[in-house]
Design a protein around this ligand. Sequence first.
Ligand code: MRU
Length: 367
Amino acid sequence: MSKKQSIMDIDTVSLDDENSQIIIIDQTLLPYETKTIRLTTQNQIWDAIYTLQVRGAPAIGVTAGFGLYLAAKEIGAHAKNFDDFYPEFVKAKDYLDSSRPTAVNLSWALNMLDKTAQKNRDKTVPEIVEALHREAVRIQEEDIWACHKLGEYGLTLVKPGDGLLTHCNAGKLAATRYGMATAPMYLGQEKGYHFHVYCDETRPVLQGARLTAKELMDSGIDTTVICDNMSSSLMKEGKVQAVFVGCDRVAANGDTANKIGTSVVAIVAKHYGVPMYIMAPTSTIDMNTPDGSKIRIEQRKPEEVTEMWYKKRMAPEGVKVYNPAFDVTDHELITAIVTEYGIARPPYTESLKKIMEKKAEAMKEKE
Ligand code: MRU
């Protein structure tokens, strides 16, 4: 594959059903090399999620959905009936679920497939496997649709020429297309809005500098990378009219887990009166988690902080390292939570409930 190929021309995650493989863009190689890799075994899929070759809450969910379907296909080749099939299926589900803890999309997608398997328990094993195939594909299609809707709603919150700040990568690389925080940027670009987008580099893994900057530039958007400690200075100069970020899990009260450093941006934005918008497909809303204190935060390897991006280690050997991958932004700091079913505003305990009811109605109508 050509190194010059635009990141926008390739799906972040796709299923090659004929060869029983998942194709992903290997995000650890960006921005230098745009390369797709093929995942065949469950171990490969688990590793790709854990090592961030595929990352971002919705993209993890889609990958896990395809992964569990592929496991089901393999189990289906020898299982005689549902009772034979199901224990192995649950084992595969639990294995994929253990790859990363914070993004709820992972367990959300796996649970959707589990429900599908149970709903079809009286069918033959090939029929169950086919139902799982349809469900995994539907999860990806829903993600594409939801991201587009997020963009439409998000665009109503800004005006042409605005400066927008984003943290981490909640872009097309974190989903299938459009992305979440980037969706209004892409839609605005199509309409000639000429946004100025500032990307926090996002230490320690640099998703902002490596990924968001890459995909926005590939789309022709005016893009500036800043270090994570520069947002206050930028907002003080009046260069930022809105912050758009994604999320890995939104609790029922609106507290939101997202990439480490998001809460810092929210505090700074509040100080300067800049609106803070969370771009949240409903697959990231977890009504079973009452508030942010109950969200499990992933701790990652110290090497991400001390040496991963440096020619030489840049911190003394033996120093203690604190490396949580996410933090929780308190709901009081959030101006609005944008979903594919509308914009939720405080109090979130009520508005998120309404959004989820709207979704349940829409799903019922589709059935
Ligand atoms: O550790 P990562 O790169 O998977 O973290 C990703 C984020 O925090 C994104 O902002 C989040 O998943 C947004 S996508 C709705």
